[in-house]
Ligand binder design. Structure first.
Ligand code: GLA
Length: 386
């Protein structure tokens, strides 16, 4: 038994955002190659996950799922072997209902059989969706079922639940055994979508932590409108680089799993600098996995809901602090150290390190007040100096 499976937010790549139905083994192998050659593996990205549309429309005579031979001619076992040979892990997708969201067979009433097959193939991660759930069956029960099947299939398989925040999932998912759980509807490659998801999860800090992480959905960083799905690209050419940077910062600060959704084979340097930012990844991967608390700036005469600070307590005594400006105008965002538990009278100060500029900013007493452009952010790591 791997005692650290799912301890910190899982990191990897998922096929859905860019490729949806258009997946094949050559693509997946190239993604694995890119993980190694372009530094993703070294940065901590580990799982390569095939989302929906990998199987045939029918199970075989024994009731087993069958990988579509036109997309995966060598079969899933061979693909898993290839991914493992690179020191990476292999993820696949199924659904708690009778069918997947794209209409392929789901695992309902096949949970134990499918978990066994996935283990035989060498699967390390299962994303488990929520479409076509029989109306009279409890979804909570179906996640408990698949958890039991996975934990007894003979292989360590990380369980990634995906019920989009429905049915009060926050209140039963940790106990059910899942290592991460989707808390929102599907992300789109647009600023509005990023902003809405982040705002919807701001007060959900108590519902994330080691071994069961709030999954705010796969990253759209670096997609620039490149999805083959009109829904995901939302009719746009994606986001600006600062919007992608803010997206990544929010997901890191809020403890979300980091599942890349762009085509990393063709990623530009800005995309790599965002996805491979070691200072941000270190905040996301801090072993204690504490949720972040929000501080609203004073005075509150502007759109205070769109301008806020997030503070995440780190295991070595540091604080990670994000200054987020989701509004459409440049803002100064004043942080009074008092609001993080540091009174001026203590005589202590904070030494600040800028996690995007990758440089020390100096020692500050009482307050720090960066000016943040619209849709942008500043993330610092603060060390107490007494
Ligand atoms: C749902 C999920 C998505 C993706 C698709 C696949 O919409 O939320 O993340 O897996 O299904 O059909």
């Amino acid at each position: 038994m791997n005692k650290t499976l799912g301890m910190t937010p899982p990191m990897g790549w998922n096929s859905w955002n860019t490729f949806t139905w258009d997946i094949n083994e050559e693509l997946i192998r190239q993604i694995a190659d890119t993980f190694v050659t372009d530094g993703y593996k070294d940065a901590g990205y580990e799982y390569i996950v095939i989302d929906d549309c990998w199987s045939l429309r029918e199970r075989d005579a024994n009731g087993n799922l069958v990988a579509d031979p036109s997309k995966f001619p060598s079969g899933m076992k061979a693909l898993a072997d290839y991914i493992h040979s690179k020191g990476l892990k292999f993820g696949i997708y199924s659904c708690a209902g009778t069918h997947t969201c794209a209409g392929y067979p789901g695992s309902f009433e096949h949970e134990f059989q499918d978990a066994k097959l996935f283990a035989e193939w060498g699967v390390d991660y299962l994303k488990y969706d929520y479409c076509f759930k029989p109306r009279n069956v409890s979804g909570e029960l179906l996640y408990k079922r698949m958890n039991l099947a996975l934990r007894n299939c003979g292989r360590d398989i990380l369980f990634s639940a995906c019920n989009w925040g429905a049915d009060n999932v926050y209140h039963w998912i940790r106990e059910s055994g899942a290592h991460m759980y989707r808390s929102t509807g599907d992300i789109q490659d647009s600023w509005e979508s990023i902003k809405n998801i982040a705002l919807s999860q701001l007060d959900k800090g108590p519902f994330t932590g080691t071994f069961c992480h709030n999954d705010m959905d796969m990253l759209v960083v670096g997609m620039y409108g490149g999805s083959n799905s009109g829904f995901i690209s939302a009719g746009r050419r994606g986001c600006t680089d600062s919007e992608y940077k803010t997206h990544f910062s929010l997901w890191c600060m809020m403890g979300s799993p980091l599942m890349i959704g762009c085509d990393i084979r063709t990623a530009n340097q800005v995309t790599k600098d965002i996805l491979l930012n070691q200072d941000l990844i270190a905040i996301n991967q801090d072993v204690e996995c504490r949720g972040a608390y929000r501080i609203k700036p004073e005075p509150q005469w502007f759109h205070s809901d769109e301008v806020f600070m997030l503070v995440k307590v780190l295991s070595n005594g540091d604080l990670a602090i994000g200054f987020f400006n989701l509004s459409d105008h440049q803002r100064e965002i004043p942080l009074l150290f008092w609001d993080m538990g540091l009174p001026y009278a203590s005589g202590a100060a904070l030494s600040l390190y800028d996690c995007w500029a990758h440089k020390e900013l100096g020692v500050f007493k009482e307050r720090f007040s960066p000016v943040v452009p619209a849709h942008d952010c500043v993330v610092v790591r603060a060390r107490l100096v007494v």
